[in-house]
Write a protein that binds this ligand. Structure first.
Ligand SMILES: NC(=O)c1ccc[n+]([C@@H]2O[C@H](COP(=O)([O-])OP(=O)(O)OC[C@H]3O[C@@H](n4cnc5c(N)ncnc54)[C@H](O)[C@@H]3O)[C@@H](O)[C@H]2O)c1
Ligand SMILES: O=C(O)[C@H](O)COP(=O)(O)O
Length: 530
């Protein structure tokens, strides 16, 4: 049974599929402190948050079973992504579900700042009928600068056009073609600052966007500008903004987000007559909250059930067609990696992965993650390695990963080979998927074999001499070890050879030692593949 903790207020309807899943139990505990979360997170397989819960390295470290942190929303700046990767925790978000809602809130703020609606409301309800102080401006024929033309910025631009505004947009990924399609003009930050009547920001908060509108920009800004921030606190320098409003450069500002949330009681925005604020309400509609909770719950279920998933933030996205092509190879890759790790002695230095055939044509990095997971989990423990952190853990340990691709795959449509070089030796195994039969190991070192990578195996290296198979069988039988399958591989008659046995129960160390004492038998290793 998977346990899911919901630590922020998330739509009940949105998480219904988790609540109703037979293999999941959901606990809703909003408002816990970091210490309280650290104390209980060890019981949970998944954590669902919005922006309030700060998912810190301490929480991830304590989350021994934690497979996924699901963010019911876009911004993941409350989640320590580096720590998540380090601890092998997948972080997913719901990037699309609140786009329209946040765009509409931005528009509400643009309108509110243009017509002084909050200030006029406050005065009216206080009993003062003041029709002189709140002269507004129209949006029609005004220039709107949009910084960040992603999902929300593009929707804002679309709606602004309906109001008869001219749009100047800036985004490092915006092309002339896309700008033309959207009916906007591409402009630099400087051009926007100098020419816009309204400006709205829709970027993430990054090192580059922090204070992208600051003192320098206010100095050259078109006087009378109105500014909206429904993205992230810190994109606009708050203190520089207050100064610009007081100096008459900025006519009004509307902020949904703050550098520190909630802002301190004496934050200058909270008492400024020309600055209006909302408490991070951009995504707060019934529809958006349902959407993001549905999206994130669906992906969390996939992750818990080891099914393909999307919207991971700390792993590169895998296009759907690539995912379906690679998916059947994941089990083979992981088992090959684990097999080779179990048969190779010494500290791991280099993993060389070879992809031949059709696999050589595609981006195989997702599959490489499984192979490296297989290798490392033998040494680091299966519970500590997964496809999120496998490459990271390898790098951290100076394990070199080499990828070779070749279009020819000899006798197979596709062949995956894994070589492991340690301080002591280098060994190799290759495998493929046989239609109708599933994963097969088809080569171990230089020997061709046909082994199903499953269960308890014994790998024996011996000299190809008459009677050896009988001696091995007798010895195992005497020790009550039943042989299910046996594969013998050799290159030349009478030369060196290998034997791979599938046995019903594992052979202990004493049995392996007895095997090695047989004449013409050089080594015997036990391998367990789950
Ligand atoms: N107030 C809220 O409740 C609320 C709700 C949803 C989203 N958000 C925030 O809104 C922002 C935008 O969300 P989105 O879904 O549109 O994201 P998005 O990823 O679709 O768009 C962000 C865009 O910003 C652009 N960008 C990055 N650096 C830039 C730079 N230096 N200059 C200009 N553009 C830059 C990116 O190229 C991207 O196109 C995010 O910060 C998100 O967290 C806030
Ligand atoms: O990034 C987001 O999705 C928004 O900031 C919404 O945050 P919230 O889920 O806390 O409302």
């Amino acid at each position: 049974m998977f346990k899911v903790l919901v630590s922020d207020p998330i739509s009940d309807l949105g998480i219904q599929q988790l609540v109703e899943a037979a293999d999941v139990t959901v606990d809703k505990k909003p408002g816990l402190s970091e210490d309280e979360l650290v104390a209980i997170i060890g019981d949970y397989d998944a954590l669902l948050v919005r922006s309030q819960t700060r998912v810190t390295p301490r929480i991830m470290e304590a989350g021994k079973k934690l497979k996924v942190v699901g963010r019911a929303g876009v911004g993941v700046d409350n989640i320590d992504l580096g720590a998540a990767t380090q601890y092998g925790i997948i972080v997913i978000n719901a990037p699309d579900g609140n786009t329209i809602t946040t765009c509409e809130h931005t528009f509400a703020m643009i309108m509110a700042v243009a017509r002084h609606i909050p200030q006029a409301y406050a005065k009216t309800v206080s009993g003062v009928w003041d029709r002189k102080s709140f002269l507004g401006v129209e949006l029609r024929n005004k220039v709107l600068g949009v910084l960040g033309m992603g999902r929300i910025g593009s929707e804002v631009a679309l709606r602004a056009k309906a109001f008869g505004m001219e749009i100047l947009g800036y985004d490092p990924f915006m092309t002339e073609e896309r700008a033309e399609k959207l009916g906007i003009k591409l402009a630099s930050v400087d051009e926007i600052v100098r020419n816009a009547d309204f400006m709205t920001v829709h970027t993430p908060l990054t090192a580059e966007t922090r204070h992208m509108i600051g003192k320098k920009q206010f100095e050259v800004m078109k006087p009378g500008m109105r500014i909206v921030n429904c993205a992230r606190g810190g994109i606009i320098d708050e203190l520089a903004l207050v100064e610009a409003v007081d100096n008459g450069i900025v006519a009004g500002a509307a902020f949904d987000v703050f550098e520190v949330e909630p802002p301190a009681a004496d934050h200058p925005f909270l008492s400024h007559p020309k600055i209006i604020v909302t408490p991070h309400l951009g995504a707060s509609t019934v529809e958006a909250q349902e959407n993001v909770a549905i999206d994130v719950s669906e992906q969390v279920l996939h992750i818990l059930r080891d099914e393909p998933f999307s919207n991971a933030v700390n792993m590169p996205p895998i296009p759907a067609n690539l995912a379906s092509q690679l998916q059947p190879y994941y089990a083979l890759g992981e088992k090959l990696g684990n097999f080779i790790a179990q048969i190779t002695d010494g500290p791991v230095q280099e993993i060389t992965v070879g992809y031949s055939g059709e696999l050589a044509e595609v981006d195989t990095q997702p599959l490489t993650r499984y192979i490296v997971k297989g290798v490392l989990s033998h040494h680091l423990g299966a519970e500590n390695v997964n496809v999120v952190n496998s490459l990271h853990l390898a790098k951290e340990r100076d394990v070199n990963i080499v990828i070779n691709k070749s279009h020819a795959a000899k006798d197979f449509t596709n062949l995956v080979s894994v070589s492991l070089r340690t301080k002591k030796e280098e060994r190799n195994a290759a495998g493929t998927l046989l239609t109708g039969y599933g994963p097969r190991i088809v080569q171990i070192d230089k020997f061709p074999v046909d082994v199903t990578p499953e269960g308890n195996l014994i790998l024996i290296s011996h000299n190809d001499k008459p009677g050896i198979i009988g001696r091995v069988g007798t010895l195992l039988g005497t020790n009550d070890v039943n042989i299910a399958t046996m594969q013998v591989g050799r290159q030349l008659a009478g030369g060196s050879a290998i034997m791979v046995l599938t046995v019903d129960k594992g052979a202990d160390k004493a049995i392996l030692e007895q095997l090695v004492s047989l004449s013409d038998l050089n080594s015997a290793k036990e391998i367990t593949l789950n």
